[in-house]
Design a protein around this ligand. Structure first.
Ligand code: ADP
Ligand code: ZN
Ligand code: ZN
Length: 811
């Protein structure tokens, strides 16, 4: 018998042909993880995966090696569907099949070092004799009685035998031993933090008046929302903190860094008595499609607070009842603990939540739970789409517009599109849900590729929040970041004991220059994206087409020198707020305050319990939080998101602002949203104030069409990087030449080469070529061939060529 396999550590990406020894033949199935001994290097076994098995071999064909053993107790690690999905990813996103297979499987499944054998408690039964027949098996049992739970490697060494997995698998089936993976319990990672000693009297801190840095540190620690403060954060030198320790004012502690998973967020279970009629209608459509048993993709367009979650939950109840399984994708679990906990409340142990912060053992156990059918719903971020479930009947992609669904390393798959593909292979229904669908999905719905379901209203007759624009150029400011209008609104809410969420959009500060006087941002006249500032050449450049203009250091429109280049942090705004509201506890949620274990949950819990009434943060505060007392949302620089050199910046900003606005107001208290902005003329705001996604979409689509952007074209970015700038640029030019002669002119636009938005990263120069393709995607074989040949030509310059199909970020 022959096996066609994809093997690890193999530079070629074709299928390999392997001889199958007779004693192994009956254990093998497609999807099995095996050990392969390549003909080129007999001594080194590599992990491989069986695509298919065949009885006879075409004449003259030579095997590339031999299969020597089978892993994972001979249970296939890839299902028929996930194997097909891997091959689709390799083809569509242009990667090697083995890379796609590796992306499908969690890391702990791909190592054999942790495999152990355990002796089972067994009585001598009839049948046992049949299994303990050979001397090898007897030897194994004897060795295990001497030392239980050795690793397979230790056992092999002890017995002087290779490739014991097959024998152990047979013995496992006979109930004699168990094969497992046991990962060493790596202790949680910790780091040093400092905090004030409890019950400090003023006398102790009084003398600090002469040490302003230390006084400042003490002040910051007093205000810190956590019990501790890291040295590296908040710009305090470790020295300063150490001096405070010496003086007995502060103390040093070890705190745990985020490692294992727990959302740590709980809320009482809420009983929903009755679905609204829109919810009922949507559920009925979904349920009918599900029971028809064929692939149906849906787009569920439901405004914020329209109650999408309960529709998913009711649907999944039916899916489980009818004996099928399900997958739920969320953009990021730690940011949406409410969603995960609501599913958990309904499905208990039937649901397996997957999280990147789980330990290897947890990941491995979770994977086996799903593989063995102990859990029937997998919920998690992007890679959960590869859950080893069979017979999947429904796949839900919550917040389908979220860019976090795109993987930013090879294979660069999009979780949402992969979900649709898996649903197709499973004959399942797929529900993409969002208040602000991606334009790709919405246009698919318009074209009838997806069925559109709407939840146009909030549940419980709650009104959509009223949105107001605050033009920063005309309004008095109380502090550099805060207008008087917004300040008065915050004050008013606090008086009524309601809650406030403030958003500072960080994504806007990506390399471009904003005039603080007039709000001007220089755009490329060819591509209509913001130009990126290059300090070294004192130019602003378009990183789509390479167009460059000299940069004087003054605003080209009003010649002010008051320009903003980079991050305007939440930290500074928090300080301004503290001065304005000295009595108020202010929660800050951004990358700096969420790097310890469970810190998201700590902050959200505190806000949920109303231990604080102001929550200030980056995009993190915009995601699906559902807190009934929030009546005001303020956005500090609402137009800053337009300042990103990406054709999707408008779409992204609209979606972010809609999402964060959606946090305001529920049935009992109506919500209001204040958007501070410079560039208030942008039509985006008019649509936003009217709450009209549809109108915004239609208008944006006109310019997308004119400029040949997705969804009218399919985009591919090819990036060339090398420590040698000439190599990066020349190889990119060579690529363009090849592509021009290969592709028909009318079916594509080729832009570049141009330096990438961040033109140099980790000592490597980056050049990009941008393709806008019409109709059929590029042949994967052709591009891969080009990739190998260019990388080979520029090998001396360590050239790397990265292909990104349907890129989500163009920096
Ligand atoms: P979405 O995800 O669409 O923004 P959620 O699913 O978070 O909205 O629902 C918003 C809130 O409305 C939640 O607190 C939820 O419990 C509640 N809710 C949903 N459906 C109903 C209903 N039919 N009756 C009462 N409350 C509901
Ligand atoms: Zn200006
Ligand atoms: Zn341009």
């Amino acid at each position: 018998m022959d096996a066609y396999i994809y093997a690890e550590n193999y530079l070629r990406d074709e299928l390999l042909l392997a001889d199958v020894p007779e004693e192994l033949a009956e254990e093998l199935q497609p999807g099995c993880q095996v050990l392969f001994s390549p003909a080129s290097n007999r001594r080194k076994n590599v992990i491989a995966y069986i695509l298919r098995l065949e009885k006879s071999r075409p004449a003259g064909l030579m095997a590339d090696g031999t299969l020597v053993d089978v892993l994972n107790s001979a249970h296939p690690v890839l299902t028929t569907v996930t194997m097909k999905l891997a091959l689709w990813i390799a083809e569509y996103y242009i990667s090697r099949p083995i890379e796609a297979i590796n992306a499908l499987l969690p890391a702990p499944l791909k190592t054999t070092v942790q495999d152990i054998v355990e002796l089972c408690e067994f009585q001598l039964q009839s049948g046992t004799e049949k299994i303990v027949t050979t001397t090898l098996r007897k030897k194994i049992l004897r060795a295990l009685q001497e030392s239980n739970k050795p690793t397979v490697r230790q056992l092999e060494r002890k017995l002087g035998k290779h490739n014991l997995y097959r024998t152990l698998t047979v013995m496992e089936r006979g109930g004699l031993v168990q094969l497992k993976k046991k990962f060493p319990q790596s202790g949680p990672k910790t780091r040093t933090a400092y905090r004030l000693r409890p019950n400090l009297s003023d006398e102790v801190t009084e003398p600090l008046k002469r040490a302003p840095r230390q006084a400042e540190a003490v002040e910051k620690m007093r205000q810190s929302q956590h019990a501790s403060l890291f040295a590296q954060d908040n710009g305090i030198a470790r020295q300063t903190l150490e001096s405070l320790v010496k003086k007995g004012i502060a103390e040093k502690i070890r705190v745990e860094i985020q490692s294992s998973f727990s959302t740590g967020f709980t809320e009482p279970k809420k009983i929903i008595e009755q679905l609204s009629s829109a919810q009922h209608h949507a559920l009925k459509e979904l349920s009918n499609a599900f029971h028809s048993g064929s692939f149906t993709p849906f787009l569920l367009h439901g405004v914020t607070g329209s109650g999408k979650t309960i529709v998913y939950i009711e649907l999944l109840k039916q899916v489980l009842e009818s004996g099928r399984n399900a997958i739920v994708l969320v953009p990021e679990i730690s940011l949406t603990p409410q969603t995960a906990s609501r599913f958990r409340q309904h499905f208990g142990d039937d649901i397996q939540i997957l999280h990147s912060a789980m330990s290897n053992q947890e990941k491995y156990d979770a994977w086996q739970n799903l593989r063995n059918g102990k859990a029937r719903i997998a919920l998690g971020a992007r890679s959960t789409i590869f859950a080893p479930l069979c017979n999947v009947g429904a796949i839900i992609v919550d917040e389908e517009h979220d860019a976090a669904y795109k993987q930013d390393r090879t294979p660069r798959y999009h979780g949402r599109d992969t979900a649709v593909m898996r649903a197709k292979l499973e004959q399942a229904i797929c529900v993409l849900g969002s208040a602000t669908p991606s334009f790709e999905s919405y246009s698919n719905a318009e074209k009838g590729k997806y069925r559109l379901l709407r939840l146009p209203d909030r549940v419980d007759n709650a009104a959509m929040p009223a949105m107001k624009l605050v033009p920063m150029l005309e309004n008095r400011r109380i502090t550099p970041s805060l207008s008087e209008v917004l300040y008065l609104q915050i004050k008013e809410r606090l008086k009524r004991d309601e809650q406030v969420i403030l958003l500072q959009n960080r994504r806007g500060f990506a390399g471009s220059v904003l005039c603080m006087e007039c709000g001007h941002i220089t755009m490329c006249k060819h591509c209509n994206v913001p130009m990126v500032y290059h300090a070294s050449s004192r130019q602003q450049r378009c990183h789509y087409c390479g167009h460059a203009v000299a940069f004087s250091g003054n605003c080209p429109k009003c010649s002010s020198a008051n320009l903003l280049y980079k991050s305007s942090g939440t930290e500074r705004i928090a300080e301004e707020l503290r001065e304005l509201f000295p009595e108020e506890k202010i929660l800050r949620m951004d990358v700096d305050t969420t790097n310890t274990k469970g810190s998201h949950a700590i902050i959200l819990n505190a806000f949920h319990k109303k231990q604080a009434r102001i929550l200030l943060g980056t995009q993190m505060v915009a995601k699906g939080l559902d807190f009934p007392d929030v009546s005001l949302v303020g956005v500090l620089m609402a137009d800053i998101g337009l300042n990103i050199p990406d054709f999707r910046s408008g779409e992204r900003l609209f979606s972010l602002l809609m999402q964060v606005a959606g946090r305001a107001g529920r049935a009992a208290i109506p919500g209001e949203v204040y958007l501070q902005a410079y560039n208030t003329d942008n039509p985006l705001f008019a649509h936003l104030l009217r709450g009209s996604y549809e109108a915004f979409y239609q208008e944006e689509m006109v310019s997308r069409k004119e400029l040949h952007y997705p969804p009218f074209t399919r985009m591919v970015v090819i990036e060339f990087t090398s420590p040698d700038e000439t190599a990066a640029e020349k190889s990119a030019s060579a690529c363009v030449d090849h592509l021009r002669s290969y592709l028909k002119r009318d079916s594509c636009h080729i832009l570049g080469p141009a330096p990438a938005g961040i033109s140099r990263m980790k000592g490597r120069f980056r050049y990009q070529v941008l393709l806008k393709l019409q109709g059929r995607p590029l042949a994967a074989d052709y591009l891969k061939h080009l990739q190998y040949s260019l990388m080979n030509t520029w090998k001396k310059h360590h050239l790397s060529m990265i292909i990104d199909v349907d890129p989500q970020s163009l920096m």
